[in-house]
Write a protein that binds this ligand. Structure first.
Ligand code: SAM
Length: 199
């Protein structure tokens, strides 16, 4: 085991112990509060969303599957060391290969926050990753994107992603807009799309 994996494992265990005692460490920023207090609870309360993929893990996301209540959550991260921060169902792998793990139309929602521009950077990889996500979404499924419209993280923006052309803009769950800047200083945006229902 690498030092990083051991450190993350220890951190995750410590965070879960604190959680168990009612102490939840979290980022206090406006974008995180919006995600954790409004968007995730709205998704948890939507009966049409039962199977969710959360992309990208960190110490501050370890409790996100729990925030989705009894929704079936799978997490994915390219970095094997992040495994301890993932959910009970976790994939170590690249989002570009999601189809190797999830069947077509096997998801009701994909939540992809802080991954575009944060490792998923090359246009061809971005296109492959989101094509895979869309294939795995059922018709009417939700793709929630969190991204930073700020260099160097916006080298590829949603407007530049051909796979998004077939999606319909919808309101971000829990909010009243299709796109919202959650934190002005880093232009962290949440933006929501729906896979069209078949004709
Ligand atoms: C900045 S963190 C974002 C974590 C979290 N989703 C959030 O809400 O902030 C980015 C994470 O995405 C992962 N990642 C980057 N590119 C990826 C890819 N192509 N497939 C899967 N995970 C990826 C990184 O390993 C990293 O753990």
């Amino acid at each position: 085991m690498t030092f990083k994996a051991a450190l993350y494992g220890w951190t995750a265990t410590t965070l879960r112990t604190l959680d168990h005692h009612g102490v939840r460490l979290r980022y206090p920023y406006r974008d995180r509060i919006m995600f954790e207090n409004h968007i995730l609870p709205a998704i948890a309360g939507d009966d049409s969303i039962r199977r969710v993929l959360m992309v990208g893990c960190g110490w501050y996301t370890h409790h996100y599957p729990a925030l989705l209540g009894d929704t079936e959550v799978t997490t994915i991260d390219l970095d094997a060391a992040k495994r301890p921060f993932g959910g009970d169902s976790h994939i170590v792998g690249n989002l570009t290969t999601l189809g190797d793990h999830i069947p077509d139309e096997g998801l009701d929602a994909v939540l992809c926050n802080g991954v575009l521009g944060w490792g998923l950077n090359e246009p061809a990889d971005v296109e492959q990753a989101f094509t895979a996500c869309i294939d795995c979404l059922r018709p009417g499924g939700l793709l929630l994107l969190g991204w930073n419209n700020h260099p160097p993280y916006n080298r590829v923006s949603p407007e530049d992603i051909p796979a998004f052309a077939g999606l319909e803009p919808v309101r971000v769950p829990g909010l009243d807009a299709h796109r919202i800047v959650a934190l002005p200083r880093n232009q962290h945006c949440f933006q929501a799309f729906q896979k069209p229902f078949s004709d």
